[in-house]
Write a protein that binds this ligand. Structure first.
Ligand code: ADP
Ligand code: F6P
Length: 325
């Protein structure tokens, strides 16, 4: 049966993430393979409201699969929280002949996607954020690349920290979530990991641990601090004063959001982008793509937004145990 969808729009929203380009490419090429036209909306919902809409063909996504960032660019648009602007956004889609949308972004972007669905534009969300903080999926586009970028940077910090027998606090991104911190904690063998989900703000415990491990012969003390806790520079000063061990803070910052995506991010983003198009062609709307228990899945947006995500307590436990000698 021929698809009733004639034209699909695609936008990226919220913080960019490596792999978003692979998802855009997949949306465009899968739509074209199904005989559906594609329009790209630049600068997220802000660009939609400004009618920054461009026709996309197979060639417009050539040479982007290996590139970080998003060729459509992205934005945070507070206006889109207002129902009046949400309706305006849907009307603009109709004006440009867009009858279905793929929104690539995080939870905030999903709320915009839900608003478009409610205003009559069939919309599917694709999880794009380095933070891994979307409850309805075990994988989000960009996390794998970001965590590998952070891991490589932290390995380098660890080298110099050992040479100088210092304590190093490395702050990683993640907004309110500690997934990048936890993964780096395990991957970099950090002595301490501070996670917003469970930090008790007991700095004396941290100080005692640093002193104890120095006594046991550790030549460095690596602390991964999640952005959600922050204050790494002042923490370093207090720790140095309390332990007498030279302590430096490094905030990795936006380098974690850039760079060429890993194979995993390219393949998963491609699959998710294509699946979003296939669902739209089947007449689906108001759903978000995810990955769980080894399979690509899709969930109703309301349900997805209500879900809660918990960190794996076993991973937290081993993160602590494996770094202690
Ligand atoms: P992310 O999508 O990564 O969670 P944000 O929370 O910054 O990032 O949200 C991205 C954009 O999604 C916002 O700038 C806004 O345009 C849109 N958005 C966020 N919350 C809502 C909402 N409640 N209703 C409609 N749109 C929203
Ligand atoms: O959501 C991705 C993210 O990089 C978070 O980890 C971080 O808190 C935030 O975006 C930073 O946003 P900005 O680019 O506006 O500084």
């Amino acid at each position: 049966m021929a698809s009733k969808v004639k034209c699909i729009g695609v936008l990226t929203s919220g913080g960019d993430a490596p792999g978003m380009n692979a998802a855009i490419r997949a949306v465009v090429r899968e739509a074209l393979a199904n005989g559906v036209q594609v329009k790209g909306i630049r600068r997220g919902y802000a660009g939609l409201l400004q009618e920054e809409i461009v026709d996309m063909d197979a060639h417009s996504v050539s040479d982007i699969i290996s590139r970080g960032g998003t060729v459509l660019q992205t934005a945070r648009c507070l206006e889109f929280i207002d129902p009046e602007y949400q309706k305006k956004g849907a009307d603009i889609c109709r004006k440009h002949g867009i009858d279905a949308m793929v929104v690539i972004g995080g939870d905030g972007s999903y709320m915009g996607a839900r608003a478009l669905s409610r205003n009559g534009i069939n919309t599917i969300g694709v999880p794009g954020t380095i933070d891994l903080d979307i409850s309805s999926t075990e994988y989000t586009i960009g996390f794998d690349t970001a965590v590998n970028t952070a891991m490589e940077a932290i390995d380098k910090i660890r080298d110099t920290s050992t040479s100088h027998e210092r304590c190093s606090i490395v702050e990683v991104m993640g907004r309110g979530a500690g997934y990048i911190a936890l993964w780096c904690g395990i991957a970099n063998g950090a002595e301490d990991v501070l996670l917003p989900e469970m930090y008790d703000y007991d700095e004396q415990k941290l100080v005692n641990h640093i002193i104890e491990s120095r006594k046991k012969g550790k030549q460095h003390h690596l602390i991964i601090n999640a952005e959600g806790i922050g204050h790494s520079t002042s923490m370093a000063k207090r720790i140095e004063a309390a332990t007498g061990i030279e302590t430096r803070a490094t905030i990795l910052g936006h380098m974690q959001r850039g760079g060429s995506p890993t194979a995993k991010d390219r393949v998963y983003a491609s699959t998710m982008g294509a699946l979003a198009v296939d669902l739209l062609c089947q007449g689906e709307t108001n759903r978000v793509i995810g990955y769980a228990h080894g399979e690509f899945i899709h969930t109703e947006i309301e349900e997805a937004l209500e879900m809660k995500k918990e960190m794996d307590p076993y991973q937290i436990k081993i993160c602590k145990n494996l770094a202690n000698m």
